[in-house]
Design a protein around this ligand. Structure first.
Ligand SMILES: [Zn+2]
Length: 452
């Protein structure tokens, strides 16, 4: 059977993919009982179990993880000696963020201008349906899977509660694979086949300044009274130069990105930057976004404008996050941030620091048999050369996979392109991305097996 048959078969399965996605989107599977009933996650998990069983996987079942979510896993043994590929996705979704902000019903897959709208249509239910479509096409054309396929489908990814991250190390044998496809990203732009090859790590530090035994009247005492808010502002201002470049002592911020370019005009649209407002920093957008450390003040404890009184505050605090690129150690970045701020505490203010979370950056496979097979598969499925992009955010699970399976080739891809508006109201997916990515995954599984 030729690969053209595979292409036609994937195309013929798209009606079924749409019906599946309609069912899957209808589950309000937000893994937070304050937002959606837990049965909704249970129903989504059961749906995944049923559909992947039907697609030819064995022993598909949900196992509880430490955060209470169910991790759905299963496998299908391939021919003797064939490699093993682990397919990842998650079935929980982001909260809808206000039904009023949506132009279509949140939990009802709705077609508009050729796109399918609904919460989770792309992130990550579109990717689950993509996996199903690839597996169905392979079985339909070849009667079996070309290699051993394993599935892991997470139930609390969007909550950051780490259930699967804790599940993976003690269940390593269940999930062990030669190649791991973390399918929860997507193309840099619609129709541009993209592997996400790096993820920034991050560290966050809480800094607390104390000056007075209590807040004091700013008319009677302001001037000589040491103002911790003024001190904090001076310290935080030192994290950037006037052009907006990150300036933390001892932390290199001059790296260059050598993958795909991120056009400034596109970034402005994607990041919702208002007309007339300039971007921060120098170098290309990709340099700043994927290759260099970035400091962001996440929160400051000071009275809000409404309700503020004429007082010098007794104390104040800020949470500062630093995103770090591969090549920079996140723990060293945390220590550099603390040393930088400590050196700038004015007026003998009392100062304390606390670690508010640190995770190392990640680099995916950039060579090896799985990478080569995936590159060719994506290029053939899309008819365009492969792009490699970074991602500014972190996916802690990737670090866990890399540590637990040091020899596995890990690759990040998926159906989520910028127009999907993941994590925002009016999330959608382009069905062509599901089709092309499913074809690429099917081609990959076949060719990777043949290459070994
Ligand atoms: Zn996701």
């Amino acid at each position: 059977m030729s690969e053209d048959t595979l292409r036609d078969t994937v195309a013929s399965l798209m009606g079924r993919a749409r019906a599946d996605l309609t069912e899957l989107v209808s589950f309000r599977s937000v893994a937070d009982a304050k937002i959606a009933p837990p049965e909704e996650c249970a129903k989504a998990a059961q749906w995944v179990i049923d559909k992947f069983t039907e697609a030819g996987l064995r022993d598909v079942q949900g196992s509880p993880t430490p955060d209470g979510s169910l991790a759905v896993h299963g496998h299908a043994p391939g021919p003797a000696g064939s490699p093993t590929v682990l397919l990842y996705a998650h079935y929980d979704v982001q909260p809808p963020l206000g039904d009023d902000a949506w132009a279509t019903p949140v939990w009802e897959l709705t077609e508009k201008d050729g796109r399918w709208y609904g919460r989770g249509a792309a992130d990550c239910k579109g990717n689950i349906v993509m996996h199903l479509t690839a597996l169905r096409a392979l079985r339909q054309v070849y009667g079996e899977f070309p290699c051993t396929v394993k599935l892991i489908c997470e139930g609390s990814e969007e909550q950051g509660t780490g259930g699967l991250e804790e599940f993976v190390p003690p269940n390593a044998d269940l999930l062990r694979a030669d190649a791991i496809l973390v399918v929860d990203t997507g193309n840099f732009a619609q129709g541009v086949p993209t592997l996400t090859t790096t993820l920034r790590g991050m560290t966050a530090v809480d800094v607390t300044l104390t000056a007075l035994g209590s807040a004091m009247h700013s008319g009677m005492f302001g001037g000589p009274a040491p103002d911790p808010v003024a001190g904090l502002i001076m310290m935080l201002a030192s994290l950037h130069d006037e052009r907006g470049n990150t300036t933390i002592d001892g932390l290199n911020a001059t790296q260059r990105w050598n993958g795909v370019d991120y056009p400034e005009a596109q970034f402005r649209v994607d990041a919702n930057v208002l007309d007339g407002v300039e971007l921060m920093g120098e170098g290309s957008v990709a340099d700043r976004l994927w290759a260099r450390p970035t400091a962001t003040v996440l929160g400051i404890d000071i009275p809000p404008v409404i309700g503020s009184t004429a007082a010098v505050q007794a104390s104040t605090a800020a949470r500062v996050s630093v995103r770090v690129p591969p090549g920079t150690n996140a723990r060293q970045a945390r220590d550099a941030l603390i040393a930088h701020l400590r050196a700038r505490v004015p007026w003998g203010l009392r100062c304390e620091f606390a670690d508010a979370g640190t995770g190392e950056p990640f680099i995916g496979s950039l060579n090896g048999p799985a990478f080569d097979a995936m590159k060719a598969a994506l290029e053939d499925a899309y008819g365009r050369p492969l792009a490699t992009a970074g991602q500014g955010g972190s996916i802690p699970l990737c670090g866990v996979f890399a540590e637990t399976f040091p020899d596995a080739e890990i690759m990040l891809l998926g159906v989520e392109e910028p127009k999907c508006l993941i994590h925002a109201p009016n999330e959608s997916v382009n069905p062509a991305e599901i089709e092309h990515t499913a074809l690429a995954e099917a081609l990959f599984l076949k060719r990777y097996a043949e290459s070994r």
